[in-house]
Design a protein around this ligand. Structure first.
Ligand code: HEM
Length: 394
């Protein structure tokens, strides 16, 4: 179970202690039934053990995410520079806007071909047969894209993957791998910060269009804020996307959709939206009440922590017809897996593009993709699977 220590080390609103009800693997896999019970019985409740409020209905979750004046993001307690994810206005815009055009769908369209190459190169190295698709593909693919987008020297990729896994305490992916300790996590975070610091210095008068250069040449950010931007992109962008692609393979196998998607009978992009709703990598987001406020008939006090369960909102029958059904053609699909309001995921267009390319290439290159769903090993945060053994045939 996620410890409260995780709250302190990784300062992003996705990481937080889980309630007792989700402490077993079985419960993790069965989240929607717990969400349904909570929406019905306790749509807004205080959890004594975790010392925070939980909010489960779509309308309430949406309100919390959109009202940053009443429900502020929680500030980081570390000494690093300020980051967009842990600041509200007036600082938030300064920390976010300088990079938004890089993440626009138009800019990203130009990168499609290169991202396809990255996917194809990884697939070239996969020996068909029985493989765990997570270490073979769904993990290295987004990490390589982030590394390249930041403009890291190719020789540093292996080191970067090690740091990124340790900094995020990615659970061991095989029985031979050891879990990362909090000390190792702290050390990786520091080493990574030093590494980015040097690259930022080197690129401070650069003209390239990589994310490190864009941060390095921005006069409105302090040196610490530039480092925090780079590490933040890594924290926010990697594990979430890894899980989106893994969860898509999981859903498409469970609902027997590979052939329909391959021949275009089911729209791939729309099916990915339904994966985002049905098995969102981001299930809950943390906020803090800036003033006393009433929500769902409960009085929340100033300074109290509030967890907005967007994973539950995505299953609210008030908004979605038959939410427990996976409907790849669902339209409109008003899921809030990328959050809402000013902190709406900056990387959403990138995550969507990465997932689309990954699934297109996998389905194109393998005639048979058969994930083994008999013994699933769920990952808590972000929500997904630690491994997904598959049978692959060209
Ligand atoms: C499926 C993949 C992803 C999911 C589910 C996801 C989810 C989210 C969510 C829910 C938030 C809002 C956090 C909050 O309101 O407290 C968020 C924010 C953010 N995400 Fe993502 N994300 C994904 C991929 C990415 C990628 C690929 C990047 C960048 C490379 C990225 C960068 C960010 C950043 C920078 C923020 C902070 C925005 C702000 O505070 O203004 N995310 N993400």
């Amino acid at each position: 179970m996620a410890s409260s220590n995780q709250d302190d080390v990784i300062q992003d609103p996705l990481h937080q202690p889980l309630p007792e009800a989700l402490s077993t693997e079985e419960a993790q896999l069965n989240r929607p039934s717990w969400y349904a019970e909570m929406r019905q019985e306790h749509p807004v409740r205080y959890d004594e053990q975790r010392e925070r409020w939980d909010v489960f209905r779509y309308e309430d979750v949406n309100r919390i995410l959109r009202d940053h004046e009443t429900f502020a993001t929680t500030h980081s307690s570390n000494d690093g520079g300020k980051s967009m994810i842990s600041e509200d206005p007036p600082e938030h815009g300064r920390l976010r806007n300088f990079s938004s055009s890089w993440f626009s769908p138009r800019t990203l369209r130009e990168k499609r071909e290169r991202f396809e190459e990255i996917a194809d190169e990884l697939i070239d190295d996969i020996e068909p047969g029985h493989v765990d698709i997570v270490p073979e593909f769904t993990h290295p693919y987004p990490v390589t894209i982030i590394a390249e987008s930041l403009g890291l020297p190719i020789d540093d990729y292996e080191q970067f993957i090690e740091w990124s896994d340790a900094a995020l305490r990615v659970p061991a992916r095989t029985a031979d791998e050891e879990e990362v300790t909090p000390e190792e996590q702290e050390q990786a975070t520091q080493e990574m910060s030093r590494y980015f610091s040097e690259l930022i210095d080197e690129r401070s008068d650069g003209t390239d269009n990589d994310l490190i250069t864009i941060a390095a040449t921005n006069d409105e950010l302090s040196h610490e804020e530039k480092i925090t931007f780079c590490t933040g992109i890594l924290v926010a962008g990697n594990v979430t996307t890894i899980n989106l692609i893994t969860n898509a393979l999981w859903c498409f196998a469970e609902f027997d959709l590979f052939d329909d998607i391959r021949r275009g009978a089911v729209d791939r992009e729309q099916a990915i939206e339904e994966v985002l709703r049905y098995r969102s990598p981001a299930q809950s987001l943390r906020r803090i009440a800036t003033q006393p406020v009433e929500i769902g008939g409960k009085e929340i006090g100033e300074g109290e922590l509030v967890v907005a369960w967007n994973g539950s909102a995505n299953y609210d029958p008030a908004v979605f017809d038959a939410p427990e059904e996976f409907r790849p053609e669902r339209k409109p699909n008003r899921h809030i897996s990328f959050g809402g309001g000013i902190h709406t995921c900056l990387g959403a267009p990138l995550a969507r593009l990465e997932a689309d390319i990954a699934l297109e290439r996998l389905l194109d290159r393998f005639e048979v993709i058969e994930p083994d769903l008999s013994d699933l090993s769920p990952q808590e945060i972000p929500f997904g699977l630690k491994s997904l053994p598959c049978y692959l045939k060209n």
